[in-house]
Design a binder for this molecule. Structure first.
Ligand code: NAD
Length: 249
C-alpha cells in the first residue's frame, strides 16, 4: 500500500507552483486531493489532472473557508491532511520605508489570516477523527534575516511559523500534528515574477544558497508528503527547513 492511501487532503493554492507539485505528489501516493485556488482555470486544471475535487475559494474569506472544508468532508467523508500553502509575494518594493499600509495589510491577510482561518475550520473535522496533519507554508525568511527587504512578507511568514508552533503544541494530545514548512527560494511563478523585475536580486540570492541553485517545486512537495504522512508521526510544532542550506550557512 502507498503512504497516503485513502487519505483525504486539502491543498490551498493548488493551481500553481508548490501547491500543484504537492497535489501531484499526494495523488501519486494514493491520497484523494481537494484542490483549492482563487484562480478557477489553474485550480480546475490541477484537480482534473490529479482526479480530485476543485473548490474555487478565496482563503481570506471566512465563509468560503468554512464551506470548503465542509464540502471536502461531504465529498470524501473525512479530512486527514491540510496543506495551507496559498500565499502572495508583495507586488512591489516591500521595504519598510516604502510599503504602504494597504499593501502590508493585504499580505498579512493572504499569507497569515488565511492560515488562521483554514486551521480554524480544518481542526474540528480532525478532532472528530482524533487524527490529522496540518502543514503551513512559512518560509526561510521566518527564521532569519535574509536581506530581501520583504518586510510585510517576512512578517507574515513569521506569524505563520509562530501560529503553527502554538497549534502543534495545543492539539498534540488530540492526535493533530501541525508543522511549519520553511522553503528556501523555489523555482515557481511567484519567484520568477519577483526576479524578472530584478535579475540582480536572483544572482545575489544564489550566492547564499550552499546547494547553488533554487529548489524545484517537486523537492518541496516531497517534504510536504513526508510531513503529511505517518513517516513524520513524532513531529509536531516543528520548523521544517527545506532551504538548500541557507539557514545553516
Ligand atoms: P504561486 O504563485 O506559484 O502559487 C500560489 C497559488 O496560490 C496560486 O495558484 C494562486 O492563485 C493561489 N492564491 C493566491 N491567493 C489566493 C487566495 N486568496 N485564495 C486562494 N488561492 C490563492 O506560489 P508558490 O511559489 O508556489 O508559493 C506557494 C507558497 O510557498 C506561498 O505561501 C509562498 O509564500 C511560499 N513560499 C514560496 C517560495 C518561493 O520561492 N516560491 C519560498 C518560500 C515560501
Amino acid at each position: 500500500t502507498q503512504r497516503l492511501d485513502g487519505r483525504v487532503a486539502v491543498i490551498t493554492g493548488a493551481g500553481s507552483g508548490i501547491g500543484l507539485a504537492t497535489a501531484r505528489r499526494f495523488a501519486a501516493e494514493g491520497a484523494k486531493v481537494v484542490c483549492v485556488d482563487l484562480d478557477p482555470e489553474t485550480g480546475a486544471k490541477a484537480a482534473n489532472e490529479v482526479g480530485g475535487l476543485f473548490i474555487q475559494a478565496d482563503v481570506t474569506d471566512e465563509a468560503a473557508v468554512r464551506d470548503l472544508f465542509q464540502r471536502a468532508v461531504d465529498e470524501y467523508g473525512r479530512l486527514d491532511i491540510t496543506f495551507n500553502n496559498a500565499g502572495i509575494s508583495p507586488p512591489d518594493d516591500d521595504s519598510i520605508l516604502t510599503t504602504g499600509l494597504e499593501a502590508w495589510k493585504r499580505v498579512q491577510e493572504v499569507n497569515l489570516t488565511s492560515v488562521y482561518l483554514c486551521c480554524k475550520y480544518a481542526i474540528p473535522h480532525m478532532q472528530r477523527q482524533g487524527k490529522g496533519s496540518i502543514i503551513n507554508t512559512a518560509s526561510f525568511v521566518a527564521v532569519m534575516g535574509a536581506a530581501t527587504s520583504q518586510i510585510s512578507y517576512s512578517a507574515s511568514k513569521g506569524g505563520v511559523l509562530a501560529m503553527s508552533r502554538e497549534l502543534g503544541v495545543q492539539f498534540a494530545r488530540e492526535g493533530i500534528r501541525v508543522n511549519a514548512l520553511c522553503p528556501g527560494p523555489v523555482n515557481t511563478p511567484l519567484l520568477q515574477e519577483l526576479f524578472a523585475k530584478d535579475p540582480e536580486r536572483a544572482a545575489r540570492r544564489l550566492v547564499h544558497i550552499p546547494l547553488g541553485r533554487f529548489a524545484e517545486p517537486e523537492e518541496i512537495a516531497a517534504a510536504v508528503a513526508f510531513l503529511a504522512s505517518d513517516d513524520s508521526s513524532f513531529m509536531t510544532a516543528n520548523t521544517f527547513l527545506v532551504d538548500g542550506g541557507i539557514s545553516g550557512a
